[in-house]
Design a protein around this ligand. Structure first.
Ligand SMILES: NC(=O)C1=CN([C@@H]2O[C@H](COP(=O)(O)OP(=O)(O)OC[C@H]3O[C@@H](n4cnc5c(N)ncnc54)[C@H](OP(=O)(O)O)[C@@H]3O)[C@@H](O)[C@H]2O)[C@@H](O)CC1
Ligand SMILES: Nc1ncnc2c1ncn2[C@@H]1O[C@H](COP(=O)(O)OP(=O)(O)O)[C@@H](O)[C@H]1O
Ligand SMILES: [K+]
Length: 494
């Protein structure tokens, strides 16, 4: 898994090392120059004679970049530094000068700096690091980057983080210098994984500075190798009831497909049994003879795919089943038409699966002033707010899926091809997650953060199944469901 730490956590981890005189900046700068030479070799075959422009802001981020520039200059690179602040890292600047680097002072013309950078083989972006006061570059740094982007972006290596990106939240309001490669020091920062800013980072490489990072990571991204630890694999002596039964309240005469897709994903994800409640049991059984229609004991539910506001029957069933979720602790996936039926307070064993527009409605119902665009601009903040207000674990769907759960658990999964943005894909995710919860409900009650980990697992498996369904091309939601057994087997290493 990839783990990230906030600026405050990184600073806390750096402090004791700096007090001991550990040369963190020298290590960071050395690693940055090594990565930069590798890029120059890739881009132009040789390092000597390359043109590198260092964009140096007022802080230590500029210091890292200037020191790395000095090391590059000593290897025959033509290095120019463009300064943007009233302050500059003096040691770094002196090192660059000693190595023969040229310097354009901060009172020079922004256009001249932008022209230099636009003509470089590689730009080292040391404008702003974890000392950022929020998203978006302001002042001279902002003017410089806008002028540079007007001319066309050269190859950019971001020092620690892309300058202007919300370091802890991934926001990108205002000017951001997107990178081709980000060389992160000591720890990955949440903004490198979180939408909407995550793509600003390009490829990300982590330089280990030996930090002892405090507390839990801020945001995690599960990787394929993590799935086996989280998946409820049946043991030899299990039977279908111990493996978990999933109740599905989905679909209607108007939207029978939602019932088929949701149950399809649940069956294919390997749950012990699926019970279907609703008016289209005939359609569901025709597609999946394994499904049992009618009431019975379940460990988890999926509520809502294909349930419309005027469907009194399904809404009554969902209301009744929510009582079980509250009283007996059955787990639940609360999707689409069930979101507005969510009781005032539930536990983290209920997982909401809205897209941004649906999450905005959940929040507005509870007195928040936010719309779809607001949620998309700061998805983790709003997913966390919805968790606070409802008690539920929240899986916010999108190009990068964000999960917020109990005790601050947070995930950002970017596993799916954009082809997955297709009708019914959400129903498949709901069925898949329901199957996972049905098989793990006892463990979820022991560790409420597990619901968030399972939600992230479902997003990962969903995305991988989409790739597997038709690598590089269009996919249907049913094809994603059909790809689940093979995807899961591959992830479990069997
Ligand atoms: N600690 C260590 O030893 C190590 C740290 N390391 C490195 O240090 C970096 C952190 O350095 P840092 O703390 O000096 O902050 P940093 O991001 O360079 O600059 C902050 C200054 O920028 C300005 N500014 C703020 N917001 C702005 C905005 N929106 N738009 C424009 N300007 C803005 C503001 O200055 P002002 O404008 O107020 O003069 C503020 O003071 C870290 O990311 C890593 O690269 C590594 O070497 C490993 C060892
Ligand atoms: N650009 C994208 N790239 C990758 N995945 C996406 C993208 N847009 C949406 N998705 C994923 O596609 C699915 C769409 O679900 P949803 O919006 O509920 O569709 P529906 O309601 O039609 O089933 C979600 O899992 C979401 O994360
Ligand atoms: K930077």
């Amino acid at each position: 898994m990839l783990q990230t730490w906030t600026s405050a956590q990184v600073r806390a981890a750096e402090e004791p090392l700096l007090a001991l005189g550990v040369p963190l900046m020298e290590r960071a700068a050395f690693a940055l120059h090594v990565r930069s030479t590798a890029v120059l070799r890739e881009l132009r075959g040789t390092v000597a004679g390359a043109r590198v422009v260092v964009l140096a802001g007022p802080g230590n981020n500029g210091g890292d970049a200037l020191h790395a520039g000095a090391l590059l200059a000593r290897r025959g690179v033509e290095v120019h530094a463009v300064l943007t602040g009233s302050r500059v890292h003096e040691e770094g600047l002196a090192a660059l000068r000693r190595a023969g680097g040229q310097v354009l002072p901060a009172d020079g013309s922004v256009d001249e700096g932008a022209a230099l950078a636009a003509g470089a083989d590689l730009v080292l972006d040391g404008l702003l690091g974890i000392g950022s006061d929020g998203a978006g570059l302001r002042g001279t740094a902002g003017d410089l980057v806008r002028a540079l982007l007007d001319r066309g972006r050269p190859y950019v290596v971001a020092v620690d983080v892309p300058s202007g990106l919300g370091v802890d939240d991934g926001r990108r309001d205002g000017t951001v210098l997107d990178a081709d490669l980000t060389v992160a020091f000591g720890a990955l920062k949440p903004g490198l994984l979180l939408p909407p800013g995550t793509h600003a980072a390009g490829r990300v490489e982590l330089v280990d500075l030996g930090l002892d990072l405090p507390g839990a990571p801020a945001v995690v991204r599960l990787e394929p190798g993590d799935v086996a630890d989280l998946w409820p694999v049946p043991t030899r002596d299990e039977h279908k009831y111990t493996r978990g039964v999933l109740g599905v309240v989905a679909g209607s005469r108007a939207y029978p497909g939602a019932a088929v897709l949701t149950t399809s994903a649940a069956v294919r994800a390997g749950v012990g049994m699926v019970r279907y409640l609703g008016d289209v049991g005939d359609v569901v059984v025709a597609a999946h003879p394994e499904v049992v229609v009618g009431h019975g004991r379940v460990q988890a539910w999926v509520f809502g795919p294909g349930v419309s506001p005027d469907d009194a029957g399904q809404r009554r069933r969902i209301g009744y089943a929510f009582e079980h979720v509250l009283e007996r602790g059955e787990a639940a996936v609360v999707d689409a038409g069930a979101l507005e039926l969510l009781p005032a307070r539930v536990g983290p064993h209920a997982v909401l699966t809205p897209h941004a527009g649906e999450l905005a409605r959940v929040l507005v119902q509870r007195g928040e002033d936010v719309d779809r665009a607001g949620v998309e601009a700061d998805p983790l903040r709003w997913a966390r707010r919805a968790h606070e207000l409802t008690g539920a674990t929240v899986l916010l769907k999108g190009p990068v899926t964000v999960v917020a759960g109990a005790h601050g658990a947070a995930y950002a999964q970017a596993d799916a091809p954009a082809w997955l943005a297709t009708a019914g894909a959400g129903d498949v995710l709901a069925g898949l997650l329901g199957a996972l919860l049905a098989g793990s409900v006892d463990a979820v009650h022991e560790d409420p953060t597990l619901a968030a980990a399972l939600a992230a697992t479902a997003a990962l498996v969903h995305g991988r199944a989409a790739h597997r369904a038709n690598p590089g091309g269009p996919i249907s939601a049913q094809a994603v469901a059909d790809a689940l057994p093979g995807t899961i087997a591959e992830l479990l290493g069997r």
